[in-house]
Design a protein around this ligand. Structure first.
Ligand code: ATP
Length: 260
């Protein structure tokens, strides 16, 4: 593996879908890097290509052209064994709708990635208990997803991401199905995961409030990068960063937080 100080390098990424015979250009030449320890937000109007970008990095879909390198290794060239290893241990994916298995308890859902890899049971339990305490989900570990609140489900999903120590956590609208209070608690936890646990996070969001927890934001328009904002840490408060996010959103169209 080639050494690089960039965790992720996305180079001239294109993705076209053939929809009803008419190709849709979802990504139209996207290039950026992610450094270890960054909390990168991806914003943009509906249909601008955010999920497509995240899913290319997650190897859920294949780009039409361009390169994605993780720690210097081109993931687009992976064979099926390497892909399975990459998905299982290098990335964690947090979905808007949690993607928990309904017939498994919180504990079983969280341990699932480890049980697939035959991990040491006692070590796994120890790790699980410390992550559960951190995410304030200890009391729901023996409950099924149908017995949990939305916020608890998303924190269980976050614990499932953390348990396999991924290099990067990809999150697609993780607060999209949560009320304001649960969304805030999740974002505070993600920020702590990023800062105190030094995890790299890349998060797609429509919500400027959620985005204000990020250290940098890429704004996507028509499959291209339109603008980039970087939070001045520690001098810039989250409120000040939020105001700058709103201003870019206004420039991108409509002037209302709801348009993106
Ligand atoms: N499987 C697919 N087949 C055909 N077209 C698709 C497919 N997935 C996405 N698209 C199209 O690609 C473009 C980008 O979609 P994408 O889901 O990446 O946007 P997005 O920014 O995540 O949108 P949203 O914020 O609404 O989730 C859109 O025009 C969409 O209709």
């Amino acid at each position: 593996m080639n050494y690089t100080d960039k965790l992720l390098e996305v180079r001239d990424l294109h993705k076209s879908y053939a929809k009803g015979g008419i190709p849709t250009k979802a990504l139209n030449g996207i290039t950026f890097d992610v450094l270890p320890g960054e909390f990168l937000g991806i914003m943009g109007a509906s249909g601008s290509g955010k999920t497509t970008l995240l899913n290319c990095i997650a190897t859920i879909i294949k780009p039409t052209s361009g390169q994605i390198l993780l720690s210097g290794t081109n993931i687009s060239a992976f064979g099926s064994d390497e892909l399975a290893m990459y998905r299982g241990s290098k990335i964690g994916y947090l979905f808007q709708d949690f993607a928990l298995l309904d017939n498994l308890t919180g504990r079983e859902n969280i341990l699932l990635p480890l049980s697939i890899h035959d991990a040491d049971v006692r070590l796994s339990e120890k790790k699980l208990n410390s992550i559960a305490e951190f995410l304030k989900i200890t009391d729901v570990l023996s409950k099924f997803p149908s017995q949990m609140s939305g916020g608890q489900k998303q924190r269980v999903a976050a614990a499932r991401c953390l348990i396999s120590d991924p290099d990067i956590i990809l999150a697609d609208e993780p607060t999209g199905a949560l009320d304001t209070k649960a969304a805030r608690l999740l974002m505070e936890k993600l920020q702590e995961i990023n800062r105190a646990k030094n995890r790299t996070i890349m998060m797609v969001t429509h919500d400027p409030n959620a985005a204000s927890f990020c250290s940098r934001i890429l704004f996507i328009q028509d499959g291209k990068i339109f603008h980039e904002l970087r939070r001045q840490i520690p001098s810039e408060t989250r409120d000040e960063f939020y105001d700058r996010i709103l201003r870019v959103m206004a420039q991108m169209g409509g002037g209302s937080a709801n348009v993106l």
